[in-house]
Design a protein around this ligand. Structure first.
Ligand code: ZN
Length: 182
């Protein structure tokens, strides 16, 4: 009896099942290990209350955290995951989006330069860009705007704050940053 049929052609169904398995294992089962996204950053480089700060320009509320630092400092992948999108322009300036564990997008904006391309696999700590002041950060102190967005809505996080319903998609990155400090 042959256990493996070596000459079996892989059908589109096999490939789809394999892809789904990879998605389930990497993005849903795998725990989210986390490292700080700006190399050498200190706890005083970000404001504890900057998440959902209101009012906040044309965005209404501030759906992430601003991490201030020296222009050109390495921005590294805080989680493992694929580079999902990169681009430049608008309020973000140069930006990178990584799709990581638990089907969460990690969003990095105002970069000086981008050091990754769509489809790249990033291990934790891989350089993806450098800290800058592009987009609507121009003329302001250089900083990384960092946000964590979930594909799967977390309805229980909705509250009465302005745009509070959107909290089902935007997690508070400060919770994860703080855990990296003793
Ligand atoms: Zn910001």
């Amino acid at each position: 009896m042959k256990l493996f049929r070596k000459n079996k052609k892989r059908t589109w169904l096999d490939k789809t099942i394999n892809t789904l398995l990879i998605i389930v294992i990497f993005f849903i089962v795998l725990p989210q290990s986390f490292e700080l996204p700006v190399r050498g950053m200190k706890k005083s480089d970000y404001n504890q209350n900057s998440y959902w700060h209101y009012p906040w320009g044309t965005s209404g509320t501030h759906k992430g955290v601003d991490i201030f630092g020296k222009e050109g400092t390495d921005i590294i992948a805080p989680v493992r995951g694929f580079t999902f999108k990169t681009g430049s322009g608008g309020k973000a300036g140069n930006y990178v989006i990584i799709l990581g564990p638990k089907l969460r997008f990690h969003y990095f904006a105002h970069l000086k330069s981008i050091h990754t391309k769509v489809g790249d696999w990033n291990s934790i700590g891989d350089k993806i860009g450098t800290l800058g002041a592009t987009g609507n950060a121009a003329g302001k102190p250089p900083h990384l705007h960092y946000a964590i967005v979930t594909w799967i809505p977390y309805f229980w996080r909705i509250d009465q704050e302005p745009q509070g319903y959107r909290k089902m998609f935007f997690l508070n990155p400060i919770d994860y940053l703080n855990e990296c400090y003793p």
